[in-house]
Design a protein around this ligand. Structure first.
Ligand code: C2E
Ligand code: CA
Ligand code: CA
Length: 413
């Protein structure tokens, strides 16, 4: 047996051999690479062939997915090479897939088993029918997750028109004097029944359903509108002009017209291009480098700042710093929060700061929750600080009173 990777292995069978038999546990599915197999049903003494499968066919997938014992026996007829797909690998992939897809798959498998080969009935996600759990995952949780996803997707399409979206702003301060330098705009959804829904939940949904374009336009417009009130609160510092940071998703940046709509928004709200900074995560950059490089080049040429968000989490940030016109690196909070407990995190931050200095980029450390972390990062030369230690994201109306309390202590330090 040759190991190909953790999930796929090649198994060789010489001549007539049993791959699995009725009653075995379904811990793998197989693809026939070369050779052929027969599929048999019935008891040991009375086996009937129901199929003959050759190169490229797959078998064993149903028991693998529903964790029930095998209902057929499979034998190789000639020397045969099979690619074995382990259950653990498939479950890892499934676990990362959409809950709606997972739920539909489970319903289909259940009906396939129950129908014993009869035609599958149609699947109705609204039916609250009780399914026998197919494995340790409680089916009702999966049903709940699937219904929540579908219902959120539906509600999200009304959220903009019903004024349920809000922008919160998290202050970003200069490391050396704690002066207010800018803000990151962070979206909030106040759902009428569910309360606050996290952007970590609804932004991926918006990306999948295409709603992200409307939401992105709303964010852009709202942030530029609020900048009128927020800009005068920032410290006047020619070396570090005040800025508003906005998060952009991959479909927004890759779609047509993004440069034009940013330009139009800047014009409409009399905002300088260098007062706007867009934030892109490493994952967006890595998977769309060709599609985004033209748009980034144009935005940078206009003077808009471009920050590489969550730096260090995508493993490929360094190479893109060379080819794409970033002006800023945001060090991910996972590293910042572990810099005192993990030597590795500390070294990653140190290298990122040195690299930024060499490339002439500014740096923001996000997720700073205590004074020692802020002091250490300031001593290491990081430009800006962001985190709960200074301020949480808040509505525009709350910024004034934050300045009064925070300003009395930090701004005058
Ligand atoms: P992000 O861009 O990495 O934003 C930073 C997240 O860290 C925010 O979570 C912020 O509230 C949180 N944070 C800030 N300081 C601290 C701290 O000291 N400790 C901890 N534990 N967390 C801190 P939030 O607001 O829930 O946003 C989550 C993500 O949703 C954002 O991550 C961003 O990727 C996405 N997002 C938010 N608003 C927008 C938007 O308008 N458009 C798009 N496309 N994505 C958005
Ligand atoms: Ca961000
Ligand atoms: Ca981030």
């Amino acid at each position: 047996m040759i190991q190909i990777d953790s999930g796929f292995k090649r198994e060789m069978f010489d001549g007539q051999m049993t791959v699995f038999q009725v009653g075995d546990s379904g811990d793998a599915a197989y693809v026939i690479e070369t050779g052929c197999v027969e599929v048999l049903v019935g008891d040991a003494g009375d086996l009937r062939r129901i199929a003959l499968l050759s190169e490229g066919s797959m078998f064993g997938e149903v028991a693998l997915l529903d964790h029930q014992p095998r209902t057929a026996t499979v034998r190789t007829l000639v020397p045969t090479s099979l690619i074995r797909i382990d259950r653990a690998h498939v479950e890892e992939l499934l676990g990362r897939s959409d809950p709606v897809i997972q739920y539909l798959l489970r319903l289909l498998l259940e009906r396939f088993r129950n129908s014993s080969g009869k035609a599958l009935a149609s699947v109705d996600l609204n039916s609250q029918e009780t399914l026998t759990p197919l494995d340790s995952t409680p089916v009702i949780d999966l049903h709940g997750a699937a219904v929540r996803t579908l219902s959120l997707a539906h509600d999200l399409s009304n959220a903009i028109d019903s004024n349920q979206l809000e922008l919160f702003y998290q202050p970003i301060v200069l490391m050396d004097n704690k002066a207010l330098a800018g803000f990151e705009a962070l979206i909030r959804w106040r759902h009428p029944n569910l309360g606050m829904v996290s952007p970590d939940e609804f932004i991926p949904l918006a990306e999948k359903t295409g709603l992200i374009h409307r939401i992105g336009q709303w964010v852009l417009k709202q942030a530029c509108t609020d900048w009128h009130d927020l800009r005068p609160l920032c410290q006047h510092n020619p070396a570090h002009p005040p800025f508003m940071s906005i998060n952009l998703s991959a479909p927004e940046l890759c779609g047509p017209g993004i440069v034009e709509s940013i330009q139009a928004c800047l014009n409409e709200h009399h905002m300088q291009a260098n007062e706007m900074r867009i934030e892109l995560t490493e994952t967006i950059v890595i998977s769309n480098v060709e599609a985004i490089s033209a748009a980034l080049g144009q935005l940078r040429a206009m003077g808009v700042g471009i920050a590489l968000d969550d730096f260090g989490t995508g493993y490929a940030g360094l190479s893109y710093l060379q080819t794409l016109p970033f002006s800023c690196i945001k060090i991910d909070k996972a590293f910042v929060q572990q810099m005192h407990s993990s030597q590795r995190s500390f070294q990653i931050i140190k290298s990122a700061l040195e690299l930024s200095r060499m490339l002439g980029l500014t740096t923001v450390a996000e997720g700073i929750e205590d004074e020692p972390t802020g002091t250490a990062l300031a001593a290491m030369g990081c430009t800006y600080a962001q985190g709960y230690h200074y301020a949480r994201p808040m509505p525009v109306a709350a910024i004034g009173s934050w300045i009064t309390t925070f300003g009395k202590t930090a701004l005058t330090e």
